[in-house]
Write a protein that binds this ligand. Structure first.
Ligand code: 5GP
Length: 207
């Protein structure tokens, strides 16, 4: 077990904001971050690999894992289940890693309930016009799916002020750097250093 536990970093944002690319860049540049791989019941997109982007499974299996308490959180999104496997997160936090969860809003709020010290970051595209351009440009979803995702964005926008930070993803490099700085400064919060505070209190008692 590491001397200092890592923190959970929840990253949400409307579909198409580029948060997946941002997560990949962050984990490639800094080895202190571990990206949690979620489980989902949606179909893999072209190029997605089971166990890399997601663990793909069936509704029945997903529901069984819910009953067994294997998820930290789970949510329904556009007709499919998505959930964060518990073991991976707990193991890496103990190892002192900061664990990134790229999840939607309902899941983010569940995480905040269970881990009040989690850091919540919302990533937005510079404008809705740009968001639509990115969604259409990536060519992985049909127009009906894109429309559902934009509808979902209308719901999610209501919760942005429950997050600790809002990041505008206009440039990948600067956004990656800023996210790293935000996470590392979050480590200095007293609430995330209760072990250290306890130790110096006890040491002072003995003086
Ligand atoms: P996509 O289908 O585009 O990969 O993901 C759809 C949405 O589900 C995104 O907003 C993504 O962040 C979210 N998501 C991915 N994994 C999880 C998860 O484990 N839990 C929750 N609550 N949302 C997730």
């Amino acid at each position: 077990m590491a001397e200092k536990k890592g923190i959970i970093v929840v990253v949400s944002g409307f579909s198409g904001t580029g948060k997946g690319t941002l997560m990949k860049r962050l984990t490639a540049e800094y080895d202190r971050y571990m990206l949690s791989v979620s489980m989902t019941t949606r179909q893999p997109r072209e190029g997605e690999v089971d166990g890399r982007e997601y663990f793909f499974t069936t509704d029945e299996h997903f529901e069984e894992l819910i009953r067994e308490g294997k998820f930290i959180e789970h949510a329904g999104y556009c007709g499919h289940y998505y959930g964060t496997p518990r073991d991976f997160v707990d193991r890496n936090l103990e190892d002192g890693k900061d664990v990134l969860l790229e999840i939607e809003v309902q899941g983010a709020l569940q995480v905040r309930e269970i881990y009040p010290e989690a850091l919540l970051i919302f990533v937005a595209a510079p404008s809705i016009e740009e968001l639509k351009k990115r969604l259409n440009g990536r060519g992985t979803e049909d127009p009906e799916t894109i429309a559902r995702r934009l509808e979902r964005a209308k719901e999610e926008v209501k919760y942005i002020d429950r997050y600790d930070h809002l990041l505008i993803n206009d440039d990948l490099e600067s956004c990656t750097r800023l996210m790293h700085e935000i996470i590392q400064s979050a480590h200095t919060a007293p609430a995330r250093n209760t072990g250290f505070i306890q130790t110096i209190r006890e040491d002072l008692e003995r003086e």
